[in-house]
Design a protein around this ligand. Structure first.
Ligand SMILES: [Fe+2]
Length: 254
């Protein structure tokens, strides 16, 4: 299938207009050969995804995080990610990224995180379009916060997970893939008592603990690496042979 047609189909599922202003989802690098029969799926454009593409003869890599992001506006310095970009260009490998649009769309990463956790809630924590937005929440009772934290850690194969106990039993649970730091206010407003996400700052931890909001930090990578399944399922519908970058959570807990 021609990569342009493939992307057109993908963007019916995860439209680019859903992405945030700071984001840069979409085609990052065009492949040299337009026809795509094999693709790699990965959280990031990294050494492993490039090696996998080369060894399997895949000419497209689908990633969640765009390699061209924020300050990365040129290829002139030695920032490590730029070496990966240059390698992809040298080898004729195309790169397509779906980031915040895939977080927010129906059936995207927020919904899939719920599916993996066995919750499948449909209420949206922060809506950005009709029926789309970041995070989901709903009611489900757990016997204790440590029990829920362990459950989440196992479901997402996280190497390390911590929780902040705000003194309430988990009963109204929210989850946001990636960093949950910007959503504390919405969670408190919606009466969520436990938020599963990652990368909480000191102030947000203080705020949540004073506001009866338990936090479970499962790690950015474990909460997002499941994105490879979404790409894989999509691409296989178009008879693309898919190779998954099986990189694991590299954090080590001591
Ligand atoms: Fe992320």
């Amino acid at each position: 299938m021609n990569y342009k047609d493939l992307i057109k189909e993908f963007e019916k599922f995860a439209p680019l207009y859903l992405q945030e202003d700071f984001d840069n989802s979409g085609l990052q690098i065009s492949p040299l050969e337009e026809e795509v029969t094999k693709a790699v799926v990965s959280l990031n454009l990294d050494r492993h995804s490039l090696e996998l593409a080369r060894s399997r003869g895949a000419n497209m890599i689908f990633t969640h995080h765009p390699p061209f992001f924020l300050k990365h506006r040129n290829l002139n310095d030695d920032l490590f990610i730029k070496e990966f970009i240059k390698q992809a260009i040298r080898e004729g490998i195309g790169v397509y990224s779906a980031h915040t649009n895939l977080d927010a769309c129906k059936g995207g990463l927020s919904d899939y995180l719920g599916e993996i956790l066995g919750f499948n809630f449909s209420n949206i924590i922060l809506e950005n379009d009709r029926g789309c937005g970041y995070g989901r929440y709903g009611e489900k009772e757990f016997e204790s916060l440590p029990f829920l934290a362990n459950y989440v850690k196992e479901k997402l194969n996280s190497n390390s997970c911590y929780f902040v106990d705000a003194g309430v039993k988990p009963n109204k649970i929210g989850y946001i893939p990636g960093s949950g730091d910007d959503f504390i206010g919405e969670c408190i407003e919606k009466g969520i008592d436990t938020l599963i996400s990652s990368e909480f700052g000191e102030f947000e931890i203080f705020w949540a603990s004073e506001s009866k909001l338990n936090l479970i930090d499962v790690g950015h990578f474990p909460s997002e690496n499941i994105v490879v399944d979404i790409f894989k399922n999509f691409l296989e519908n178009f008879n693309i042979e898919v190779f998954v970058n099986k990189k694991k959570d590299i954090r080590i807990s001591i």
